[in-house]
Design a protein around this ligand. Sequence first.
Ligand code: AHR
Length: 327
Amino acid sequence: MRLVKAVLAASIGAAIALSSSVQAKQITIGFSQIGAESEWRTANTNDVKRAAKENGINLKFSDAQQKQENQIKAIRTFIAQKVDLIGFVPIVATGWDNILREAKRAKIPVLIMDRDLTVSDPSLYVAKIGTDMYTEGRKVFDWLDEYVTKNNIKPRNGGDKINIVILEGTVGASATTGRGNGFNDAMNDSDNKDKYKILASQTGDFTRQKGQEVMESFLKSNRNDIDVLFAMNDDMALGAIQAIEAAGLKPSKDIIIVSVDGVKGIFQAMMDGKANATVECNPLQGDLFFKTAQKILKGESVPKSVFVEEGVYTSDNAAEVFPTRQY
Ligand code: AHR
């Protein structure tokens, strides 16, 4: 009798396990990444893939090789494959309305990661997980102004303005406009705004190679006038450091260098005395992304924008923080 009861209990248990595994169908998510333009982007991609695995998601990952048209194609493929949810990083802010209408007609929710987008109808996507690019730009200026004031920095050419050059990111990307607007607004709001002048500003497309090339051309025309480099990402700053050294100048001393991201490469440069500060842009967004996707698919409401946490690191604390950096 005891044996019969045990067999009965085991088979009921197995039946319950079977029925709940049938109910918990694995979620399939199509994700379109921009490409691999920077150390930051590689860390972001690795985190998305890791988090998908750990959250039990069937991930269809597509790399757009820096082209919006490839992202649109990938999203159309995800729609045809009837994935449960579509995620993507908008390489530029505009040009998404039509494809997002197709996703809406197919009743597939869309969750944005990292960069912002501008659409005519906000219901075309459910929410965005990412970073606050505008605040990052403000933090860059605030750090710079404090540093210049505290260290009583004077223009190298003996003039009356601290001359700044800017390496911008991809044209039309929210990371570029957000950081640029944040920086300019913080400068205009500052009591010290008349101390500074933006000497030149040009895109380096968020890559090390172009950062180096554009810095070379800045130095060709203004070698003795540049006091500050604001690079909208660390990779461009790292490329620019090579150009500055090749021009016979000392990065971080002759030219103050502040950038955005907080990747290990810039920490190394700060520890080597070649860069001054980085404003963090946190690429580790995978867990938040997939947890939010799961909530959306369960019909729970989620905030329209969720930002990850970010800090500011300088050459003074780089060595202490470096061992804790994950990317
Ligand atoms: O969108 C985030 C930006 O894109 C990062 O600052 C940059 O490194 C990346 O390529």
